[in-house]
Design a binder for this molecule. Sequence first.
Ligand code: GRF
Length: 209
Amino acid sequence: MYRLLALASGRGSNFLAILNAIESGEIPNAKMVGLITDRENTGAEEHAKKYQVPVKVIPFKNYPTKDDFYQDLLLAAKSFEPDLILGAGFMRILPPEFIRSFPDRIMNIHPSLLPAFPGMNAQKQAYEYGVKVSGCTVHFMDEGVDTGPIILQKAVEIPEGSSVEEITQLILKEEHQLYIKAIKLFCENKLVIEYNTSKTRKIVRIKSS
Ligand code: GRF
């Protein structure tokens, strides 16, 4: 069984999609061992309770410094002994020490086709740029902002006249499916991380069997 740990800050619809996929047997060899949130009363916490997943709330606002917060976050994450950590709408940039503690074992979902529109409000960035196609990306986290090795991507066409909210919903629907596919590949041991030919960045190769 692969031990999954989720980090979330809000609504938690991706987290819920993953819980449902585990429950329905779509990801047969994984167990959600915990959820960590950085604030009280999140939607993600509600979902966790419904599925009896242990929750640790580490309220960012109660910490005197960022370093103190990240120290506790790391301790909490380690205490769950995860095989894979899932960023599920966790609205903080994980510091290098955290990333290095779980090398190539932290995934994230981002609502754009990276490397386009990294960072906050990716859907608004896409809207403002006027792109006709955007999408979502599941990637491993590295020390940069949304720069880690790309696992899967899904393109989403943006119908003429769409609002930012409509774009967000269209992409979110695809996020839920894409994240599950990526987790499944990880749990089937099908993701190989290697350097590209110019040794400039790590890329993910997907084993066919
Ligand atoms: C999603 O759009 C995800 O791509 C981004 O944050 C949002 C989280 O939504 N990283 P939810 O909390 O999973 O509903």
